[in-house]
Write a protein that binds this ligand. Structure first.
Ligand SMILES: C[S@@+](CC[C@H](N)C(=O)[O-])C[C@H]1O[C@@H](n2cnc3c(N)ncnc32)[C@H](O)[C@@H]1O
Length: 242
């Protein structure tokens, strides 16, 4: 099989500029993901932390993070950052390629990376940068779409080619984090999918029948715990000595 080359940075920027020109506010699944990240952040009980939203899009989530500490956002898309600066003038936003940032080393208590690691050309280098800008013992809260689900879900329009999509499965996701971080927790959220094994797991008939004995919310939790959710979520910590 011939693998197609990754889109150029200019193509990626164009793709994200167009995307953020069309959609400025989060959709349901993005809000749901955001709620999960905030629950993890709250569980850390940090006092006024420095937080980086690394790949912040239009800044909607940096705004939510700013209620828990001092938030900064950075993104490749100048359209998204222009919108963020106008909408949330009290939050510092940086437009630029994350591989070329001059963010201070060991500065942030928390880095939030929401659906970015699968969309950059070198996920390992991206995680290295996160490790560099985090303080020792600082936290990374990171999410990505789950390949197990992405390959088994007919979610309407095909994923456009003009952006990078290197979706990991749960094992690959943990493995890439383990190089630099202690992985404290992982889960998945929003079980969906309608092909292969997920056709059975999420079948309406089976779930309705099971619903007589297992409360639907509990059933959903079991699927999330088993890694069958659309989004993988991890809490990781930079070692104190690094
Ligand atoms: C799927 S979006 C997620 C945006 C936001 N975190 C959210 O959840 O709404 C991925 C984001 O990563 C950004 N991105 C991709 N490559 C980047 C790069 N090299 N440098 C900075 N940002 C990048 C894109 O511009 C895009 O806004």
């Amino acid at each position: 099989m011939i693998e197609s080359p990754l889109p150029s940075l200019a193509d990626q920027r164009r793709f994200w500029d167009e995307r953020w020109d069309r959609q400025r506010l989060p959709r349901y699944y993005q809000s749901r993901r955001g709620e999960t990240i905030l629950a993890v952040l709250k569980s850390l009980h940090l006092a006024n932390p420095e937080i980086l939203d690394f790949g912040c899009g239009t800044g909607w989530f940096a705004e939510q993070l700013s209620h828990y500490g001092r938030a900064t956002g950075i993104d490749l898309s100048e359209t998204a950052i222009a919108h963020a600066r106008v909408t949330y003038p009290n939050i510092p936003f940086i437009a630029g390629n994350l591989y070329e940032t001059t963010l201070p080393e060991k500065h942030f208590d928390v880095v939030v990376s929401q659906e970015v690691v699968a969309h950059v050309e070198n996920p390992i280098a991206y995680l290295d940068i996160i490790a560099r800008v985090l303080k020792p013992n600082g936290y990374l809260i990171i999410t990505t779409a789950n390949r197990l689900v992405m390959e088994r879900w007919d979610h309407g329009a095909p994923d456009p080619e003009a952006h990078i999509k290197l979706y990991p499965n749960r094992r690959e996701f943990k493995r890439m984090l383990c190089r630099r971080f202690r992985v404290l927790r992982t889960t998945s959220i929003m079980p969906v999918g309608d092909r292969g094994v997920l056709r059975l797991v999420n079948s309406y008939k089976l779930n309705s029948a099971l619903g007589w004995v297992i409360p639907p919310r509990y059933l959903e939790r079991v699927k999330e715990w088993a890694g069958l959710g659309y989004t993988l979520v991890a809490l990781a910590q930079k070692p104190g000595s690094a």
